[in-house]
Unconditional design. Structure first.
Length: 295
């Protein structure tokens, strides 16, 4: 491809605002895990979108929140750092006619950079059009956004307009990534995220938020079979029991869902073995956080 413009876009917002869903919709494929639960995204992900002559790198960031653990502190820090070196920023907000303290903090962070700043009012398909006017009015009083766009990341309504605005904001630059790269994750990181997504989908309450997934073994055999051994780490023995389930039923369900997606990703058969262990308080342990890649 002949890339003459390239840049980075920080996509920020509170937990469960729909940032990952929006990025997946822009890219036209799944590059980030999604679930109905808040704080699904734990580390920054760079998703690469090419539309000649522009390459746009979308930074999917964790939900901005008041941290209660060292993991939470890592997530909030990664949001602030993501905003620091970008060429444009997108604040994803829900269609509520008042501006929360989280959004105000993000607006302050983004305004520190003299770059195009766009507001996305997501989930606009959930209420009548006339009820969006108070939402737009409330945010317009906070700062002068370059554009305010009501859209639905779920249905895709309005996403192309945002994409066009972002592409137009990218500066003159050679490509930042090779054209065949879609995200900056390694295979092991992607596999662990797929498994963790299935944990979030299958389990309720605090269990998935206290779980981490690591890949211990990854082998692509000569016959085309991809063999994976991964470990789910929980904070409590009671959580371990819930993840495994009666007679191992829950762990089998999680593994089956993950394997189906991984087989689609690899285009062939996948053998996936999951183990479960307990590491009490890992979200507040510097050493454990480093082991899980939260640096």
């Amino acid at each position: 491809m002949n890339i003459t413009h390239a840049g980075m876009v920080a996509v920020v917002g509170r937990p469960n605002a729909g940032k990952s869903t929006l990025i997946n919709k822009i890219c036209g494929e799944k590059v980030a895990i999604v679930s109905p639960k808040p704080q699904t995204t734990r580390r920054r992900l760079s998703a690469v979108f090419n539309r000649e002559p522009v390459q746009m790198v979308l930074l999917d960031t964790p939900g901005f929140h008041t941290p209660r653990t060292k993991l939470g502190q890592f997530m909030v820090k990664s949001v602030r750092e993501s905003v620091g070196g970008v060429d444009a920023a997108v604040l994803v907000a829900e269609p509520v006619p008042s501006v929360g303290e989280i959004e105000r903090q993000l607006i302050t962070q983004c305004n520190k950079k003299s770059v195009p700043f766009f507001l996305v009012i997501n989930k606009s398909d959930t209420l009548p059009r006339e009820k969006l006017l108070p939402v737009i009015g409330a945010y317009s009083k906070e700062t002068a956004f370059d554009a305010i766009l009501p859209l639905s990341a779920k249905t895709g309504d309005g996403v192309e307009e945002l994409t066009s605005l972002l592409l137009g904001a990218m500066p003159h630059s050679p490509a930042l990534y090779p054209e065949d790269v879609t995200a900056d994750q390694t295979d092991r990181e992607l596999i662990s995220e797929v498994v963790r997504e299935k944990l979030l989908i299958c389990l309720n309450d605090e269990v998935p938020h206290g779980a981490a997934v690591t890949v211990d073994k990854l082998t692509e055999r000569g016959d085309g079979l991809v063999s994976i051994e991964a470990v789910v780490t929980c904070e409590k023995e009671s959580h371990k029991g819930i993840v495994i389930g009666k007679n191992g039923a829950m762990l089998k369900k999680i593994g089956s869902l993950a394997r189906a997606e991984l087989e689609e990703m690899y285009g062939g058969p996948v053998f996936l073995k999951l183990w479960v262990r307990v590491r009490a308080g890992w979200r507040d342990s510097d050493a454990q956080l480093r082991n899980f890649g939260y640096r």
